[in-house]
Design a protein around this ligand. Structure first.
Ligand SMILES: CC(=O)CC(=O)SCCNC(=O)CCNC(=O)[C@H](O)C(C)(C)COP(=O)(O)OP(=O)(O)OC[C@H]1O[C@@H](n2cnc3c(N)ncnc32)[C@H](O)[C@@H]1OP(=O)(O)O
Ligand SMILES: NC(=O)C1=CN([C@@H]2O[C@H](COP(=O)(O)OP(=O)(O)OC[C@H]3O[C@@H](n4cnc5c(N)ncnc54)[C@H](OP(=O)(O)O)[C@@H]3O)[C@@H](O)[C@H]2O)C=CC1
Length: 290
């Protein structure tokens, strides 16, 4: 039974995962290389709980209890008692492999390890640990507190106990699981990211401006967010990494990342998290940049 969860990476996904785990009664510890990011993460979680209080979905006392269940540290030793550690750091295989290698000496022998990777091979990441049979993909969607789905991906060595434990945890968090095989970007991003990449090509080739493309897909296909707004929301660095994994992993030119997406990432215009992507978020309402 999973009662103590660790989260690595206090960005938008790690914070969302910690928020839902603490609200579901689990004890949570979060680690990040950046101490400032850890304070921002807990402040963001508290703000989201306040929104739920304002809507009558949580009481003030429940918020206090949930927040008291969350601990933070820049040290991986904080995970020594964790039943499960969920890695949710930057979408880079090198970064994740280094984190996993450093993590495992800090774990109890029975601890399971999950990764929230959007695209990278679970089997390859598992090989960076001492416990590939206890390693699994647990892919939450953004924003975690709102989105129903968790993709669960077994690596070649993942055992049944780990698979069943992660399925049970998904249910306990109030989410629904979809089981995907360990192919580049799994199910959701195999389908979603080429659509976003095509939207960037549509912009790059001048078929439409940012606003026209997003309006077209919101009103013409009933998407809740336009593809460029969604790219900014996900983070353009993450979108580019996923496209690179698809392009290299499936060796098909149809997944070639759009050069404009590459340029935006090179410029540091990573989307909402830095205040600029396809939209500029510095004013009261987001302003299209093209
Ligand atoms: C890249 C990957 O690996 C995989 C991925 O995650 S791909 C991305 C998947 N996500 C999506 O496609 C999201 C698409 N967008 C949407 O579904 C919607 O725009 C949205 C749910 C994010 C916001 O919906 P909206 O109707 O515009 O906004 P709003 O009415 O303000 O919010 C709806 C609810 O979401 C909550 N919410 C919105 N943004 C939130 C956030 N960032 N964090 C927490 N809660 C949030 C609101 O509080 C509100 O909650 P209630 O229903 O309890 O009132
Ligand atoms: N964004 C999305 O829509 C979704 C993302 N994901 C996946 O979740 C993961 C995280 O994404 P997201 O939260 O958006 O990214 P963010 O950029 O918001 O957060 C990543 C966090 O990881 C931290 N980090 C980087 N290196 C390390 C390290 N060595 N040790 C500990 N922390 C580290 C970063 O710190 P710093 O900023 O200081 O570098 C940052 O705080 C990725 O694998 C991504 O693919 C999955 C589903 C949806």
């Amino acid at each position: 039974m999973i009662e103590k969860v660790g989260v690595i990476g206090a960005g938008q996904m790690g914070s969302g995962i910690a928020q839902v785990c603490a609200a579901a009664g689990l004890s949570v510890v979060i680690s990040d290389i950046n101490a400032e990011q850890l304070s921002k993460s807990v402040a963001g979680i508290a703000k989201n709980y306040d929104r739920q209080i304002a809507k009558g979905k949580m009481s003030g006392a429940e918020k206090d209890v949930a927040l008291a269940r969350i601990g933070t540290s820049t040290e991986l030793s904080i995970f020594k008692d964790s039943d499960l550690v969920i890695e949710a750091a930057t979408e880079s295989e090198d970064v994740k492999r280094l984190i996993l290698k450093a993590l495992v000496p800090n774990l109890s022998p029975t601890a399971m390890v999950a990764t929230n990777t959007s695209s990278i091979s679970i089997t390859r990441l598992a090989a960076a640990t001492d416990r590939p049979e206890k390693f699994i993909g647990m892919h939450f969607m953004n924003p975690v507190p709102v989105m129903q789905l968790v993709e669960i991906i077994r690596g070649i060595a993942t055992d049944d106990h780990t698979f069943q434990a992660i399925k049970a945890l998904t249910v306990r968090l109030g989410k629904t699981a979809a089981i995907a095989e360990d192919f580049p970007a799994f199910i959701v991003n195999r389908i979603l990211l080429p659509m976003i990449n095509e939207a960037v090509y549509t912009l790059y080739e001048g078929v439409g401006g940012v606003e026209a493309i997003d309006t077209a897909m919101k009103l013409g296909a009933n998407h809740p967010m336009g593809p460029l707004e969604l790219a900014d929301f996900i983070g353009l660095d993450t979108c580019l990494s996923i496209m690179q994994v698809l392009y290299e992993g499936l060796a098909d030119s149809k997944y070639r990342p759009c050069p404009l997406m590459v340029k935006y990432v090179e410029a540091g215009w990573l989307g909402r998290k830095v205040g600029r992507g396809f939209y500029d978020y510095s004013g009261p309402t987001p302003r299209p940049t093209r």
